[in-house]
Design a protein around this ligand. Sequence first.
Ligand code: NAD
Length: 492
Amino acid sequence: MARTKTDQPKLNFDGLWDYDPAPESSDAISIKDQYDLFIGGEFVAPSKEGRYFDTINPSTEERIASVAEATTQDVDIAVKSARKAYDKYWSKLTGKDRAKYIFRIARLIQERAREFAIIESMDGGKPIRESRDVDIPLVAAHFFYNAGWADKLQYAFPGRQPKPLGVAGQIIPWNFPLLMLAWKIAPALAGGNTVVLKPAETTPLTALKFAELIQDADLPPGVVNIVTGAGATGSALVNHPDVNKVAFTGSTNVGRIIQKSLAGTDKKYTLELGGKAANIIFEDAAIDQAVEGIVNGIFFNQGHVCCAGSRLLVQEGVADEVYRKLTDRIETLVVGDPLDKNTDIGAINSKAQLDRISTFIEKGIAEGGEVHQSSCSVPDKGYWCKPTLFKNVSQSHSIVQNEIFGPVLAIQTFRTPAEAVEKANNTPYGLSGGVWTDKGSKIFKITSKLRAGVIWANTFNKFDPTSPFGGYKESGVGREGGLHGLLPYIKL
Ligand code: NAD
């Protein structure tokens, strides 16, 4: 349908497009004032009376709800409940019956997609367009995909006898709360395991809404348990003696602690950790398309993305053109209310994360980097970071070496393909990368030399449940997604 005149965006004083607000209403969603732990199919109070913490909306700094803090004792009760559910129900079901439950979960997520998307944006700060169009559809897709395997495991691993591991302890971060839950719970259930999952302390709400969905799906009690809390709760789960498999997504530092504490035990583990991906733009690339890819690579989800293209490597001949187009493009990015459908960049997830990003920006300037930020205004309340570009930085700069996990792009140039590969690989991480060129042969040549788990060519940040995801070096151990992601939940 053609836009009517009144629908047209207006020009503001700077001659840029301005849109009227288009807020998604949160009237229809229900959030309780207080959430208990979800253990054995019921919400139960934490063992230490009154142990609750607030979860806040990072775009308003207002409290949304309070959430129970699970102690070591609570984690023990949750693991016992998962073990009982494993012995009594889940391991006795046929794959076909497990698949029915997982399909039911997928369909219920689709039915409640709007509610999940709104709560995800309120609790985490991400734009509603992303939670509505990316996160929640992918959550459903992961459950559908894994449901499909539940009764076909003998074909997934031909000639072998696939068996579940038992109880999985799963710990997830705050950047894609419900999606990370799906990456963990869907393959675990499909493989015949029961789970205890701990969401991140700043974004527990969609996991608790998921617990309500598990009740509605009528899953046998204890098959899925959700314990909320911070690092100590996570540590209690990792170190519980009756957990058979630990699945962790989070920072490399915590990944190291977990790997040390699991050394010498027979627990299986996967660690999905940080990244510092290079997005490489060759002179023969479609430049406008590449600029969109760079923007998507670093500003999607405020740059809170493990596989973000946080380093730009651009060939010298087109460096000025790319930089000029990038500075123009970031002026058009709308920063603000995550629930507004026009918003491109929402709120930074927490005050602590904003402080971390600001420290890196200050360091980048102190070390001689040339900074450029969008001239946009940001709301007075809440945690915000304008889209930020850095030029004049080299391999040794801290903003080139470290994962900032925010909307900050470090830009470097290169002359030859060999130099691009050398710079791209010169990082402790190895999670992802991007290559932009008109030449198919160059794509194969360069991607085969990049030491990263996922590499996109002429696109970025494309995800699919059938495709494995994971890193090399300090980006982690193991893969999630696809059959590679199902395997860590299976004994062959
Ligand atoms: P984090 O490591 O601080 O926390 C992640 C989770 O671990 C949280 O639930 C936290 O409560 C818990 N935790 C903290 N200390 C713990 C301990 N000692 N034992 C057990 N659990 C503990 O990470 P974050 O800041 O929440 O997330 C950002 C990080 O996650 C980034 O480094 C990002 O790259 C990474 N990440 C990786 C992937 C991937 O697939 N590779 C995906 C998303 C995020």
